[in-house]
Design a protein around this ligand. Structure first.
Ligand code: HDD
Length: 709
């Protein structure tokens, strides 16, 4: 689908972008100088078999432009995907901040969001285990505000000066550029065991958070501590959150790995298609606020970026909603050229002394200077504020604005000192006048010394299934390390978090269990960090329906109608694409074949009845693989009448699949929903949709399941 066919948002940013959009349909080919070109398939030659001539300006220009089409990829977060949207605050936040875009509930602030993975290069796969970036540019009337967030609320390190080290260690190793987009290698785990402050974030990274189901089902966290400042100049510490309306959901590791091969664009495709279908992703903006007076009341330092503020200690107040409702027109112009900066703040939002944030304030502009080639990147359409820009900065590569007049300095008398420094009445930015004093020291605060207690808190907060996933992730990540002493040190380090965890890690990676019982003694948990109790809805999920000639048309259409009613999309899959005839002659078009899709692309599986169809399905390899993959990935399976036989015919020996349901009654066991000879499918549809809404049936992972032949 072409974006030109999409409804456009009526907001200031969109109107601003409109002047830069170019539609080349029904135009004549020209050079960059606007000269019409008659032939672009043959270069100008001395004789039709002769050499190309230097004077072929069209060839030279076309080739030169091509030769210079690439810019450096981002040093981190290279792979990303963007979308446009709008933000609206729920109620005026005047008491806490003077930020204008947080005052008027009727006002829609345009936004552009870029989601990303941290480690992989631009062409790497979407579903690798990694932190996800979640960067939002708010085009406010007071200038651009960037909330440059991640989907994990804590960071690897406490001081920005270590950022090059942690990134060097996790990126592919420099001698052979292996492995791509993965933390599962020696240098990273060497860094981890040498820097115990990483322990907490490692727990989050190796949890299900590291492999999200969708950008639409991911939280965002500003990580660093910022300040809200109100009109009276009163400040509060603040942490920012994005909460997805669809809940927080993840893939399973096997699925994530297979998807990386079958569909490396899984997450970007999911976002693109959802927006095109009108399933606009929504996220609520939340804030946690701590009064300046309470700065030292916690058993962690609120400026330490390896700590989160547990919601039970500091509740999240939901203050507004962001809706992503328009896909980008051009990936390079928008997603690649967008330049975020944690230091892009507006009046009402200020910084804290968090030493990671302080370093970020330097790094972001610095990196854009190279990446976007010079200091004028703010003039690139996607980066342009909707607020007016007036200053004495001039020249530089690719300057677009034509600044008139002889004056480019301040103060001046020739232009009445214009542009004139803004006053409080103009809502000029005044830095929060925090009192600071101290000696110059290269030192870490003693209040940052505890590296394990919140890691234990996180571990305690996990459900049983989530804990098992973390252990398995350690087995893969650390199991991939070659150096045995690093492996041992991982076990010993994580014994500080939890003894059971450390023993379980040791068991899978061939090193000794820890020598001491382990743990921090923290027994509390923070239920909000577990995904178990997140929002559960079937909306926007995708179901695979397997059919062959002779399928039961009524089953398919009834189930598809019921699913559509619950906001669930369904796709028909068969051995071949094209028209497929049901048992009574009705036809449906199959758009996906086993060659073009797989069970990992769906949230659930449905097999309708139909004698001929079922017999054919039972004889094929792929449908059985659909059943076993869907089963092992703990996803919902539904089958009706003869369709139930495909479950038994798969190679999984499991009563849940094999038991024949009694006539007419819906049988539902851990997300396997079956019915035979029911007068209608109403009860089945209800149960099937409810099961899809559960996302996964993790208890299935605990079942004793055998595989035959
Ligand atoms: Fe960063 C990009 C998020 C720490 C230096 N960062 C970048 C992006 C996100 C984050 C989402 C991608 C922006 C985009 O889509 O273009 N970074 C974070 C978070 C951090 C964090 C949540 C922890 C609080 N970052 C961090 C530190 C430094 C950087 C400590 C350096 C001192 N980050 C950068 C960068 C990048 C970047 C090198 C690379 C590309 C870019 O900025 O535009 O400047």
């Amino acid at each position: 689908m072409d974006n030109n066919d999409q409804p456009s948002m009526d907001n200031q940013k969109n109107q601003q972008l409109e002047q830069y959009r170019v539609d080349h349909r029904n135009t004549k080919l020209t050079t960059n100088q606007g000269v019409r070109v008659t032939n672009t398939d043959d270069s100008l030659k001395a004789g039709d078999r002769g050499p190309t001539l230097m004077e072929d300006f069209h060839f030279r220009e076309k080739m030169t432009h091509f030769d210079h089409e690439r810019i450096p990829e981002r040093v981190v977060h290279a792979r990303g995907f963007g979308a446009h949207g709008e933000f609206q605050v729920y109620e005026p936040m005047k008491e806490f901040t003077k930020a204008k875009f947080l005052q008027d509930p009727s006002k829609k602030t345009p936004v552009f969001v870029r989601f990303s993975t941290v480690v992989g290069s631009r062409g790497s796969a979407d579903t690798v285990r990694d932190v996800r970036g979640f960067a939002t540019k708010f085009y406010t009337e007071d200038g651009n505000y960037d909330l440059v967030a991640n989907n994990i609320p804590v960071f690897f390190i406490q001081d920005a000066i270590k950022f090059p080290d942690v990134v060097h260690s996790i990126k592919p190793e420099p001698h052979n550029e292996i492995p791509q987009a993965s933390a599962a290698h020696d240098t990273f785990w060497d860094f981890v065991v040498s820097n115990t402050e990483t322990a907490h974030m490692i727990m989050w990274l190796l949890s299900d958070r590291g492999i999200p189901r969708s950008y639409r089902m991911m939280e965002g966290f500003g990580v660093n501590t910022f300040r809200f400042v109100n009109e009276e100049g009163k400040a509060r510490f603040v942490k920012f959150h994005w909460k997805p309306k669809l809940g927080v959901h993840s893939l399973v590791w096997d699925e994530a790995q297979k998807l990386a091969g079958k569909d490396p664009d899984y997450h970007r495709r999911d976002l693109w298609e959802s927006i095109n279908m009108g399933n606009f992703p929504e996220y609520e903006l939340g804030v946690q606020m701590i009064d300046e007076e309470d700065e030292f009341k916690f058993d962690f330092d609120i400026l330490d970026p390896t700590k989160f503020w547990p919601e039970e200690v500091s509740p999240v107040r939901l203050i507004g909603k962001m809706t992503l409702n328009r896909n980008q027109d051009n990936f390079f112009a928008e997603t690649e050229q967008v330049a975020f900066h944690a230091g892009h703040v507006v009046p009402g939002i200020d910084f804290s002394n968090d030493p990671l944030l302080q370093g970020r304030l330097f790094s972001y502009t610095d990196t854009q200077l190279l990446r976007l080639s010079g200091p004028n990147f703010h003039e690139i359409p996607i980066n342009r504020p909707i607020a007016q820009v007036n200053n004495n900065q001039r020249d530089g590569f690719h300057r677009r604005s034509i600044d008139r007049g002889e004056v480019s300095y301040s103060p001046n008398s020739l232009r009445n000192n214009s542009p004139i420094p803004a006053s409080d009445e103009d809502n000029g930015f005044t830095h929060y006048a925090e009192k600071v004093e101290g000696q110059k020291v290269r030192k870490r605060s003693g209040s940052f010394a505890d590296h394990f207690r919140q890691a234990t808190l996180f571990w305690n907060s996990m459900s049983e299934a989530e804990k098992q996933h973390i252990i398995k992730a350690f087995h893969f990540e650390v199991g991939s390390v070659r150096d045995k002493q690093i492996k041992q040190r991982v076990v010993d380090m994580f014994n500080n978090v939890d003894g059971y965890l450390a023993r379980q890690i040791a068991e899978g990676i061939g090193v000794n269990p820890p020598a001491s019982p382990g743990g921090t003694g923290v027994t509390a948990s923070s239920p909000a960090v577990s995904q178990e109790k997140t929002v559960k809805t079937a909306q926007t999920r995708k179901v695979a329906i397997l059919i062959e000639e002779g399928f039961n048309y009524n089953h398919v259409t009834e189930v598809m109608t019921a699913l559509a009613g619950a906001g669930v999309a369904a796709e028909l899959i068969s051995e071949k694409q094209g028209m497929m005839t049901g048992e009574h002659g009705q036809q449906l078009e199959v758009t996906k074949s086993y060659a073009t899709t797989a069970a990992i692309m769906y949230d659930a599986l449905f097999i309708p009845g139909g004698r001929m169809s079922t017999d054919k399905l039972k004889g094929l390899k792929d449908p059985k693989e659909f059943v076993s993959d869907t089963f092992f990935h703990a996803k919902t399976i539904g089958a009706v009448n003869e369709g139930v036989e495909l479950l038994t015919a798969s190679n999984i020996q499991q009563p849940m699949l094999a038991d024949a349901p009694q006539d007419g009654t819906v049988h539902s066991d851990l997300g396997v929903v079956k019915v035979v000879n029911a007068p209608d499918l109403n009860a089945f549809n209800q149960e099937f949709t409810n099961a899809i809404a559960q996302h996964r049936h993790w208890m299935r992972e605990k079942q004793d399941t055998k595989i035959s032949g």
